[in-house]
Design a protein around this ligand. Sequence first.
Ligand code: PGA
Length: 253
Amino acid sequence: MTRPLIAANWKMNGDLALAEAVIAGLAEGGGGGVDVLLCPPFVYLREVARMVRQAKVTGLAVGAQNLDYHAHGAFTGEVSAAMIADAGCEYVIVGHSERRALFGESDDDVARKAQAARGAGLAAVVCVGETFAEREAGRTEAVVESQLAPLAGFFADSDGGDFAAAYEPVWAIGSGQSATPGDARAVHEFIRRRIADHNPAAASRARVIYGGSVKPGNAAGLFAEPGIDGALVGGASLAARDFLSIIRSGYAD
Ligand code: PGA
């Protein structure tokens, strides 16, 4: 089985001391067969990547939270996939709902970003998920399907190891109210089937992780569901103890 992935999305929070605390905790106790990903703000990437290399913890990697899909050019304030790779990253989050809602990223932008990530040898953590109103209207699958549609070519060319899909219901992000394990599982299965439409081998190998108010108290229940291959953790990744507890709460060797 593919190793689960537990990712910390710090958003515009955190500092080097937080990275140090998480890395020290993992170096002490190990990750227990789990891949762990730290996604701090851009300015910390190179230093956190250096700290991670030095710590020599198996399966621990660094990723960015966003990228620009252009290779280079007059795009003030933006950062390319190659620059992110050059900083020592192995991953990049693509299409987080805050990028979509606050910065106007379209489904097509997200697909371009995923392709740019692959071009630089980065694994994309591609986020999809519905709003509360969309869920209430019974449109969860339709919304997720339309978010995945422009990624058809990306999935078709994948070996399943160069991306993870993150199911992040928008209403669960930062709200304290996680999806139930059963509801999350149903959408994970839907996402995997849509990927399989383009590439069955990649779909069975790729990780589909859950994000939205994952905490020490609900992680084990989510991780117990087949097809939930890890988590993308926001708020609870900002306290080293909580994040380490989430890592240790599932997928023990
Ligand atoms: P949360 O954020 O864990 O704070 O809900 C998750 C995310 O936005 O990736």
